[in-house]
Write a protein that binds this ligand. Structure first.
Ligand code: GLU
Length: 485
């Protein structure tokens, strides 16, 4: 199958932001087509007019662009099977719905909303009672001529079983009597998703339907439509659920309480699009014969295949995403990295410090751009030191609060005197002092680093921090530290 070009599609409903589950669906559909030199189509499914959200199409298309998921046919780029927005295809669905009626696999239903509401009240889960399924042809004709509002419903066989083989989940079977005579065309002339996507997938030549597993059990109804039209069924490839980890360690469907769940929010929080794409590629799919985890989109195109998709739910792990992000930040070229880091640093530090220097220090240490304010707060603020004794004490360097105080007293005048305020000179100065009195350089660096940073974990060593802070602030902080010790 690898050699047959696959035509897949991404068919989002513009109902809001781009959930990462949707992005994963788009990515897998994209990779599947690209891995076979096939075609990738984007189609906007906007027939549920009540759920439309303004601007959502732009968000979807913008996300595809930023993540590099280029499509061969779809909105904006067009193509031979357009239009690619369902609301612009209304006449097509009517034509096919009527065709299905004439084939005996669908029927007009004139039941009023009041009647349906009553039915619902009597039996909430009973569904439609097929009241209009066998209306005589002359009644149907008269009703249509009288302009009575109607919907068109699918005539599901009353007996038997409908099965299909999902590429991921295997054989899925449903007894026909379990299925409802679902609405295909609504009273307002818009098709339902259930109908429109089948017609479109057929007309657009889609060979593989890739989508979330919430459609796994409604697909028997869709394959019945293909059969009724006499069309070849597509391959179905439903994707495992995306879960999040709850506070109690259990897992549940990924939602906002687990963290940011939209692509836009993740980017806003400081994650790189390529890191997000890399991570979600592996959320439910696993490449063969390799432990490699970092993959460019190009590499993924070469490796992807349905056989690597896992049917068990995938748990979104924010820590793992941070790891991917830190790897991608490390690999960013300086200009792109600075374009992201420097404005964020300026926001926290103003113009008081050398933000380019600070950016350079952070380049190999930052897991996420959203961490910047917290990571560099100590640069701009002299943080309160909660427990100086334990901060200054370090086993490896054999330091204590007392030994540090002595070091700080010694180095203060040296630092006040020196004019050479660059990393190498400061390092030599402190190292020379350590050698002179016969202690480890590490012990001196520890004392100075804690005194100037006023916290344990810092993005850089003592002398690097001193160059960022500048001479004046460094000297002031060392004086403050001495007075506190
Ligand atoms: N419009 C549907 C959705 O956003 C698409 C499902 C499908 O891919 O068939 O859930």
């Amino acid at each position: 199958m690898e050699n047959t070009p696959i035509c897949s599609r991404f068919a989002p409903s513009p109902t809001g932001y781009m959930h990462i589950g949707n992005l994963r669906t788009a990515l897998y559909a994209y990779l599947l087509s690209r891995s076979t030199g096939g075609k990738f189509i984007v189609r906007i499914e906007d027939t549920d007019r009540e759920r439309l959200v303004e601007g959502a199409v732009d968000v979807i298309l913008g996300t595809l662009k930023v993540t590099g998921l280029d499509y061969d046919e779809g909105p904006v780029v067009g193509g031979p099977n357009g239009p690619y927005t369902q609301s612009e295809r209304k006449p097509i669905y009517r034509e096919y719905a009527e065709k299905l009626v004439s084939l005996g696999h669908a029927y007009y239903c004139f039941c009023t909303p009041e009647r349906l509401a009553e039915l619902h009240e009597e039996n909430e889960n009973g569904g439609y009672d097929r009241h209009c399924r066998n209306l005589p042809a002359d009644v149907v004709k008269a009703n249509l001529e009288a302009g009575i509002p109607y919907v068109i419903r699918q005539k599901i066989p009353l007996e038997g079983t409908t099965s299909y083989t999902d590429e991921v989940f295997g054989e899925i079977s449903m007894e026909n009597k379990e299925m409802q005579d679902q609405i295909l065309l609504k009273a307002d002339g818009y098709p339902t998703y259930n109908f429109a996507h089948v017609v479109d997938d057929y007309l657009m030549g889609v060979t593989h339907v890739v989508r979330g597993s919430e459609y796994l059990t409604s697909t028997p109804k869709y394959v019945l439509l293909y059969d009724a039209f006499g069309w070849e069924r597509p391959h179905y490839c439903h994707l495992p659920l995306l879960m999040g980890k709850d506070a109690d360690g259990k897992i549940s469907k990924l939602s906002k309480r687990h963290g940011a769940v939209s692509f836009q929010d993740l980017v806003k929080n400081g994650y790189l699009p390529e890191a997000i794409v890399n991570y979600i590629a592996l959320l439910g799919w696993c490449p063969k014969n390799t432990n490699q985890e970092i993959f460019s989109l190009e590499e993924l195109k070469g490796l992807f295949g349905i056989e690597g998709i896992n049917k068990s739910p995938a748990v979104f792990d924010y820590e793992k995403l941070r790891w991917f992000n830190s790897e991608y930040i490390k690999a960013l070229p300086d200009d792109r990295y600075n374009a992201l880091a420097v404005p964020a640093l300026k926001k926290v530090c103003g113009d008081n410090v050398d933000v380019y220097k600070l950016a350079e220090l952070l380049h190999s240490r930052l897991a996420c751009f959203g961490d910047i304010p917290e990571t560099v707060r100590f640069i701009n603020e002299r943080l309160p030191m909660e427990d100086p004794a334990s901060l200054y004490a370090n086993k490896k360097n054999k330091t204590t609060a007392e030994s540090c105080k002595a070091v700080l007293n010694d180095v203060l005048p040296m630092l006040e005197l020196t004019e050479a305020w660059d990393n190498d000179s400061l390092f030599e100065l402190l190292k020379g002092y350590a050698e002179g009195i016969g202690i480890k350089a590490g012990a001196v660096m520890w004392a100075v680093r804690i005194a100037v940073a006023r916290q344990a974990v810092t993005p850089g060593g003592a002398t690097e921090l001193m160059t960022v802070l500048g001479k004046n602030e460094t000297v002031q902080r060392i004086k403050l530290a001495i007075s506190e010790l």
